[in-house]
Every structure is written in C-alpha cells, then in structure tokens.
Design a protein around this ligand. Structure first.
Ligand code: HXC
Length: 295
C-alpha cells in the first residue's frame, strides 16, 4: 500500500508488541523500514516474536521485557531505549480485559485492567513525552482504544472506562504538547480476533455460544470481522510523516459497526429486494389513503 521506505530512519516502540495486534503493527512498521522495539510482560513470547518478525521482514527489531503496571520499570526501560538512540514513535497497544458482570467485580478485578490500560498507558506516554520535550525532539504517539469510548460498553466496564481515559488523554495532550511537535492519535478497532483478546472476550463456553459467536461479532454493515492487514496499514499511515497536522483524533476501523448500532433502521440492511418492493407498495397505499381522506 505504501512506498517501502515510508518509515525509514524511524524508531518505534510498541507495547504488547509480542502478540496480537501489537505484533501485526510491528510487522508493518518493519516492512516499511522502521526499527521496532517491542515490549511485553512475557520475555519468552517477546523473544520468539522478535525473531519471527526479524526473519520475516529482515528489519531491525529488539525486545525489552516490561510490565507497564510498574512505573519504575517504565522509566528504566525508556532510559535504556533512549541511550541507544532517540525514539520517534510510541504505540500504546498493551491492554488487559475480560468480560464480567460489573456487580461480580472486586476492586482488585477493576485494578487488574485499569492498572494496565489507564495507569500503564499514561505512564508510558508521559515518560516518553518528557524525554521528547527535554531533547526538543518531535514524536508521534498512537494509542489503541475501542469504539466504547463513545458508546460505553456493558460487561467490560473497567476497559471502557480506562480506554475513555486514553481518549481524553490523547485529545488533551494533542493541545498541550502540540507546541512541542508531539502529536497523538488513537485507533478504535472493532472486532479483530486475536487469541489474547478473544479467549477473554469470547470465551468458548456453552453460554457464550450463540450469544457471542463469530457471526454475531461480524454483524456490522460489512458483515465481517476486521483483517489484521487493514489495522496494520492504518497504524502505518498514522506513524508516518506526511499528515503531521493530524492530531488529537480517534479513528474507528470497525466496518461501520458502532455507527450502525445507534441507527434506528440499521437492522433493515438484512431486507431483500422483494421486502423493499412490499414496503414501497405498503407506504404507497397508505399515502393514497391519506390523499383520499384529504380530498
Ligand atoms: C471476574 C476476574 C476475572 C473474571 C480475573 N478477575 N478474571 N473477575 N471475572 N473473568 C479478577 C480476579 O478475581 C482478581 O481479583 C483480579 O481480577 C486479578 O486476577 P488475576 O488472575 O491475578 O489477573 P491478572 O493476572 O492481573 O490478569 C488479568 C488480565 C489478564 C491482566 C486482565 O486477563 C491478561 O493478562 N490479559 C492480557 C491480554 C488481554 O486481556 N488482552 C485483551 C485486550 S482486548 P480478586 O479480588 O479475586 O483478587 C481489549 C479491547 C478489545 O482491550 C476490543 C474488542 C472490540
């Protein structure tokens, strides 16, 4: 989709880069010439991913194990990364989530998610941002949120609340850090099935079968789930130079799912040609009846 040198010379750090969406975005950045640093909690997974990504793209990729719940570890990792050379981009992708009735959640259950998504994302952003401001260097931050930042979402309340916080952070810092040439944007993906997310959001149980199967996840105007490549391309565009005036925005990539959920007539997308013919005839008859009554 892009010139192969689009991201040449850029160093981009991706949290949660060892699996799922983070690994896919890392692969795209490497393909377009960036050097990528992947961070994550599980060292074994990270090392394996780094090797796979390097073999596949022939790009430069390094792995740093990091739990973004630990603010001191963030500080140490970012210092080490900048010691090797300044970063140009940060992708806040690491997240945690599981479905649960909210009244079943303990304070610890809430914290399990908020400590990663809300606190961890802020601490990564502020630590990297401070470095850029100190070094008088421009930078780009991309955070992965969800469309729940606009709609809320039942049964994933700690995630919806935390992701909404990232949305507010992005808009706020786009203004506060604009004068430092630091821009911040978000991608709000719809369902892009990955093992990490799906085992917790669509667990394979008898109860969720039917209520949350693959077809219900793809019941959006495009009738399908997202393809990893589509997300990788959007992330590449947002991390590249060329539209630097674009900041503080959250872009949904969900096949129109969240817009259709709010539309009164969205379900009419399922109607067939003959249904529309019948509807038209019925409305026509009703109009004629009205006209007769008026005359
Ligand atoms: C209720 C639960 C629970 C559940 C855990 N807890 N699972 N409560 N229902 N299903 C509670 C526990 O009882 C405990 O509270 C507390 O949470 C911590 O439990 P741990 O087992 O210690 O959890 P932890 O090891 O911290 O792991 C939780 C996690 C984990 C970090 C969220 O699931 C994880 O590692 N996830 C990473 C991958 C991931 O989730 N990716 C999805 C991102 S998707 P008590 O009180 O008992 O001590 C996403 C958006 C998707 O963000 C958008 C799709 C459209």
């Amino acid at each position: 989709m892009f010139d192969k040198s689009l991201l040449e010379g850029k160093r981009i750090l991706v949290t949660g880069g060892g699996s799922g969406l983070g690994k896919e975005m890392s692969k795209h950045f490497l393909t377009y010439g960036a050097e990528v640093i992947i961070c994550g909690r599980r060292d074994e997974v990270l090392q394996k991913a780094a090797k796979e990504l390097a073999d596949e793209t022939k790009g430069k990729v390094t792995a740093h194990s990091l739990d973004i719940r630990d603010s001191l570890a963030i500080e140490e990792t970012i210092n080490n990364v900048f010691d090797e050379g300044p970063l140009d981009g940060l992708v806040n992708n690491a997240a945690g989530n599981f479905i649960s009735r909210t009244n079943d959640l303990s304070p610890n259950g809430f914290n399990a998610i908020a400590s990663i998504v809300f606190h961890g994302t802020f601490n990564m952003t502020n630590t990297v941002g401070k470095k850029w401001i100190e070094l008088k260097q421009p930078g780009t931050i991309l955070s992965i949120t969800t469309t729940w930042v606009w709609t809320g979402s039942p049964f994933v309340v700690p995630s919806a609340m935390s992701k909404s916080g990232i949305n507010a952070m992005t808009k706020s810092l786009a203004v506060e850090w604009g004068p430092h040439n630091i821009r911040l944007n978000c991608i709000a993906p719809g369902p892009f099935p990955t093992e990490g997310a799906w085992s917790r959001l669509s667990p394979d149980t008898e109860a969720t079968e039917g209520a949350m199967d693959q077809s219900s996840m793809s019941s959006n105007p495009m009738g399908r789930v997202g393809e990893m490549n589509e997300l990788g391309n959007l992330a590449t565009f947002l991390m590249a130079d060329g539209c630097d005036y674009l900041t503080g925005q959250t872009i949904a990539i969900d096949g129109g799912a969240y817009l259709s959920a709010g539309g009164t007539f969205s379900s009419l997308g399922k109607l067939k040609d003959e249904d529309w013919t019948n509807i038209r005839e019925t409305i026509k008859k009703s109009n004629e009846k009205d006209k007769k009554m008026r005359s």
